[in-house]
Structure formats: structure tokens, C-alpha cells
Design a protein around this ligand. Structure first.
Ligand code: ADP
Ligand code: MG
Length: 318
């Protein structure tokens, strides 16, 4: 048992929005705290690959180019795939620097590098027929009408106004997975599939970017499968997943099986777009290679190490 606790694990960490903050200055501060949590796990002997979200950042990039394009015809608005690529560069830059500083501080000889990552989706994915993911700034009813006429889907977002929506297809493959695995296997830390990865489809023998956003929890699970990770560690804003969340009879979940998780999903215990993708991604990871002893853990960034040591978090097992 003791031996098992100190055994080296291959871990894919999925960082939630709170690991990076909502603005440029928040991100610089948050990334330092995040780097400490990541390096703690590396120092404990584990192999770590980092996946991160990009909601506020990709929104900022999209809006900036959209605004520039409206003001000056020398600029054009950017396709979503390019916006995701830019967000991977910007966030990767901050994370690789804060992680490197933390490694240096602890005299640990490791490299860390962000990989611009493309994630293949199926052009036949039903998500393309039903765009649901709001992106960019709020629009006036008039602007929304213009976009609609141009064939760009828009939706009323929870009574707050109109927004452009894009499909959120499931990842089927990660183009740079072998490179990411090589970096890990040589004892270094890759940052990959940021923002769920740049969505691409294979068309006439070539990968092409598509206007979509892939959920980062699903991409982290796919990466964890492809690089044969032992643990998918989802770090978010709650210490555990719960049933009856936010109600008087709320109950935090410690260890659950995939079958129990499915039962709770059927009871609508996990909110769509927040906890549900984490639970579904965990199930995908655990079931993709049933013979392997895999675990998915959902907990707070500040509890990452306790989560890995089995002291807290929700653990999902096969
Ligand atoms: P991230 O940026 O980490 O992906 P999200 O906001 O998408 O974070 O998802 C985490 C949030 O899910 C929690 O902060 C919590 O408010 C919400 N949530 C919804 N349902 C549940 C549940 N059943 N148990 C715990 N948290 C839940
Ligand atoms: Mg989320």
C-alpha cells in the first residue's frame, strides 16, 4: 500500500477557468499559484501533462479582432480555429514561464513547453447541426439579425442578449499526441490541447480548421487515453462533485464507479456545460482501456496533491 502511494504515475491535469483568472493581470497572478500545484506533483515523482481551458481568453481575442475588423477594413475577424491557436500561445507562454520559474526555484532539472495542438473532430458529428456554445461579445438584436442572414448561428444567451454560437463536437484524435508523449517520457512537462485544442477536420487528405470549440475536459480525457495516463486529474472550482448540488440535502461524492456516475447523470445531478462534461470525460477515459488501472479525480487546484494521495476529491473508477 505504502509502495503504491509513492509509485510514479502518469497524470493529465485539466485546469479549469479559476486556474488562469479572467483578465491579463489576473492570469499572471493565478498562473504562479497554478505552477506551484503542478510542480508539487512533478516533485513527488509523477509525469505531468497539462491541459487548460481558454474561455475568457478566446473571448477576448475573438472580440478584439471582431472590433478591429468593424473599425478598419485592413483587419478581418478571425476564424475560431485561429482564435484558439492564439489563446494556446498566450496561455502557454504564461504557464511555461511560471512553471519554469517554479522548477528553477526548486532546482529541478526539467523542461516545460507548450505545444500548439490540433484536435480532430468528425465532420459528421451531430454537434455541427446544433451549435450550442456561446462565444464572443453580446450582440444587439440588429447585429444578431445581420449574422443570422449571413448564415452565422446566433442564440439568445440566458436572457442577457444575443451571442454567436458555435458547435462543440467531441474530439476523435489528437494530431500531436506522439510528440506530447515523447516530451513526457523524457521527464519533461508538456502543456497541450489548450482550450480543448484547435478543432480540425480531415478533408481531401488535409487537416482544416473548423469553426467550433471542443470542451477541454473531453480533450484532456482523449489525451490521457492516447498517452496511456494512469490518472485524469480535473482541477476546478469545487473540492468534489456532489449530488443534489446546492440543495439542503447536498451530498459530496468520494469514490464512485462509472455505473454509479451514469445513474447520477440520468438523474440530472450534474449541470450541463460545467460538471457534466467532467463526469462524462472521466467515464470516457476509464472505459477507453478497461484492462488498465485508471482513475479520474475531480478536485480543487489547491488540493491537487491531496487528491492524488487519496485524501480528498471525487474519485471515479471503472
Ligand atoms: P471549469 O472552468 O473548471 O471547467 P466549470 O464552471 O465549467 O469549471 O465547472 C465547475 C462548476 O460546476 C463548479 O464550480 C460548480 O458550480 C458546478 N457544478 C454543477 N453541478 C455540480 C455538481 N453536481 N457537483 C459539483 N459542482 C457542480
Ligand atoms: Mg468548464
Amino acid at each position: 500500500m505504502y509502495y503504491n502511494l509513492i509509485m510514479k504515475k502518469r497524470i493529465v491535469i485539466a485546469l479549469g477557468g479559476n486556474a488562469l483568472g479572467n483578465s491579463l493581470s489576473e492570469q499572471m497572478a493565478a498562473a504562479q499559484i497554478t505552477a506551484r500545484a503542478i510542480v508539487d506533483l512533478a516533485e513527488a515523482g509523477h509525469e505531468i501533462a497539462v491541459v487548460h481551458g481558454n474561455g475568457p481568453q478566446v473571448g477576448m481575442i475573438e472580440t478584439a479582432f471582431e472590433t478591429a475588423a468593424r473599425a478598419d477594413n485592413r483587419f478581418t475577424s478571425l476564424p475560431m480555429s485561429v482564435c484558439v491557436a492564439l489563446s494556446q500561445g498566450y496561455i502557454g507562454y504564461d504557464l511555461q514561464n511560471t512553471i519554469r520559474m517554479e522548477l528553477d526555484k526548486r532546482k529541478m532539472k526539467k523542461d516545460v513547453a507548450a505545444i500548439i495542438t490540433q484536435v480532430e473532430v468528425d465532420p459528421g458529428d451531430s454537434a455541427f447541426l446544433n451549435p450550442t456554445k456561446p462565444i464572443g461579445s453580446f450582440l444587439t438584436a440588429e447585429d444578431a439579425e445581420h449574422l443570422k442572414k449571413a448564415g452565422i448561428p446566433v442564440m439568445e444567451d440566458a436572457g442577457r442578449g444575443w451571442r454567436q454560437v458555435v458547435p462543440s463536437p467531441k474530439p476523435v484524435n489528437i494530431i500531436e499526441a506522439q510528440t506530447i508523449k515523447t516530451i513526457l517520457a523524457t521527464g519533461n512537462i508538456p502543456i497541450a490541447a489548450g482550450g480543448g485544442g484547435i478543432p480540425v477536420v480531415m478533408l481531401e487528405g488535409q487537416y482544416r480548421g473548423v469553426s467550433a470549440v471542443i470542451d477541454k475536459d473531453f480533450s484532456a480525457a482523449k489525451l490521457a487515453d492516447l498517452i496511456s495516463a494512469d490518472i485524469l486529474l480535473i482541477l476546478t472550482a469545487v473540492e468534489k462533485a456532489a449530488v443534489n448540488f446546492g440543495k439542503p440535502d447536498q451530498k459530496w461524492l468520494d469514490t464512485i464507479t462509472t455505473a454509479e456516475a451514469e445513474k447520477y447523470i440520468a438523474e440530472n445531478q450534474f449541470a450541463e456545460g460545467s460538471m457534466l462534461p467532467k463526469i462524462e470525460a472521466s467515464i470516457n477515459f476509464l472505459r477507453s482501456m478497461p484492462g488498465k488501472n485508471r482513475t479520474a479525480i475531480i478536485t480543487l487546484l489547491s488540493k491537487a496533491r491531496d487528491g492524488i494521495e487519496g485524501k480528498t476529491g471525487t474519485r471515479i473508477i471503472l
